[in-house]
Design a protein around this ligand. Structure first.
Ligand code: MN
Ligand code: MN
Length: 469
């Protein structure tokens, strides 16, 4: 005889009719959990190697080549199973695996972004003030400025010299490298500063990066600290001050990605919005062999500043790529695009018990509850969002269930609390069905963001399932 307690009518009915989300750690097998943990070991290395959009492109190319991808050629007629990548100005990349079906049936697109909030140098950055050398900056993306002071910063980017040569800069990542830092006031003298609002606590023009303090040892003169720094830069990179004008130098947190928690269940690292989705999308693209539909992964730039610019998804580069591909297959580009489907792979805000008031607990995403499906983003009365149709949500929901992907629904904050957007709307504007699917994040846009290993792995599984279908 079984000693199982018999379920009451109410319990049975509730089980059948009520939605009952459950922590993925309670739903997954030990093997699944260790697969997720293993998956995230490489993910952390990716975060360390790809702190800027340019580095994310280089890393993606390296991984793609290892997996048999070749450089895209516009003149070539590709056949089923062919794998290739197209690079847009070194800051965005499209990876493609040709499907067996006629391309006119549409393509599958997975779109993530590889730019993250950071501190850009101005075009005339270097100056000396009271015998300290500093860089003037202009922040990139939505940041809480006070979070970026008194942390170690690394400098990444490129400088185009007067002779048009390109110099690649990456300083502050190696343990032997120096790092840089934005200073803040000591509390003893911060009485006035402490009265400012949090958004003004550190102002944009106060985000000055300390880069040196020893003067050039020679004759009397002014700006000897600046001269000493410029001399160092000239010796190391062969650049002069004017070369900063044609440079893109980005200060990013110098921390490495680490496990967080005694149980090592979480990943802490810079730039997880949206490299957590970019990496999982990339890995899914590497796993996509001989798909039915042609599968396209786009890792784009400029999402954090609104997707404008020729490396952002509000430009035509993805459309042109698909049109060219269609043409090479003898198909009509507009037909291909109109029959296509897309996952906009981007992060959502995870419920934070320290700040429960900004999220609506019945409709927000939670750490360890799986990949988040976000029907709409935007602000106020759903402004600035594409709002996926019920039909498309239904399709994706069933796809995830059929492939044993643990998922949850999530809304970005309470109504009228604020809001935000993703690339989804720009893809929808091309007449493509699109929905946001991604990983919940704690401390989004902070120098150190937190995600869950199980959610990361579920995002990967979701993207694999989408391409496999
Ligand atoms: Mn994002
Ligand atoms: Mn973001």
């Amino acid at each position: 005889m079984s000693n199982e307690v018999k379920k009451t009518e109410v319990e049975k009915l509730k089980e059948k009719l009520f939605s009952a989300p459950k922590n993925a750690a309670l739903r997954l097998s030990d093997d699944n959990i260790s697969d997720a943990d293993k998956f995230c070991e490489e993910y952390k290395l990716f975060l360390d190697a790809a702190k800027t959009e340019r580095e994310a492109v280089s890393e993606s190319v390296r991984i793609a080549k290892e997996n048999g991808f070749e450089k895209y050629s516009r003149a070539k007629k590709y056949k089923a199973g062919d794998k290739f990548f197209y690079i847009n100005r070194g800051k965005a990349i499209i990876l493609c695996t040709m499907g067996t079906e006629n391309i006119e049936n549409g393509v599958k697109i997975n779109a993530a972004h590889i730019d993250s909030p950071r501190i850009d140098l101005k075009q005339n950055p270097l100056y000396e003030d009271n015998e300290l050398a500093l860089f003037k900056t202009h922040y990139y993306g939505g940041i809480k400025k006070y979070q970026w002071t008194t942390i170690p910063l690394a400098l990444h980017g490129v400088v185009i010299k007067g002779n048009r040569d390109k110099v690649i800069v990456n300083i502050g990542e190696d343990d032997n490298d120096p790092v840089f830092c934005i200073t803040d006031l000591l509390p003893h003298l911060a009485n006035d500063q402490m009265k400012r609002t949090l958004s003004e606590g550190i102002k944009g023009e106060e985000l000055n990066i300390l880069v040196g303090s020893r003067p050039f040892r020679d004759d009397k003169g002014s700006e000897l600290v600046k001269l000493n720094i410029m001399k160092y830069l000239n010796e190391k990179y062969d650049i002069i001050e004017d070369d900063f004008i044609s440079a893109e130098l980005e200060a990013v947190p110098a921390f490495k990605a680490r496990d967080i928690g005694f149980d090592r269940s979480l990943v802490g690292g810079y730039g997880q919005d949206d490299r957590v989705c970019a990496y999982t999308a990339l890995k899914a693209a590497m796993k996509c062999d001989n798909p039915n539909k042609t599968c396209i992964t786009v890792l784009t730039d400029k999402e954090e500043t609104g997707s404008d610019g020729n490396t952002g998804l509000n430009s035509s580069y993805l459309k042109y790529f698909i049109f060219d591909l269609a043409k090479s297959q003898g198909a009509e580009g507009t037909t291909v695009i109109s029959n296509s489907e897309c996952l906009s792979a981007d992060v959502n805000a995870a419920f934070d018990p320290t700040f429960p008031e900004v999220l609506e607990p019945r409709n927000c995403s939670r750490i360890n509850y799986g990949v988040v499906v976000t029907k709409f983003t935007g602000a106020r009365g759903k402004a600035g969002t594409s709002d996926a149709s019920a039909e498309f949500v239904g399709k994706i929901r069933n796809l995830l269930d059929d492939n044993e992907v643990i998922w949850q629904t999530g809304e970005l904050g309470k109504v009228d609390m604020g809001g935000g957007g993703t690339v989804a709307q720009y893809i929808a504007n091309l007449n493509i069905d699109v929905i946001d699917v991604g990983v919940p994040v704690l401390s989004m846009h902070a120098p150190y963001e937190i995600t869950s290993k199980l959610d990361i792995y579920m995002a990967y599984k979701a993207f694999v399932a989408f391409f496999k279908e």
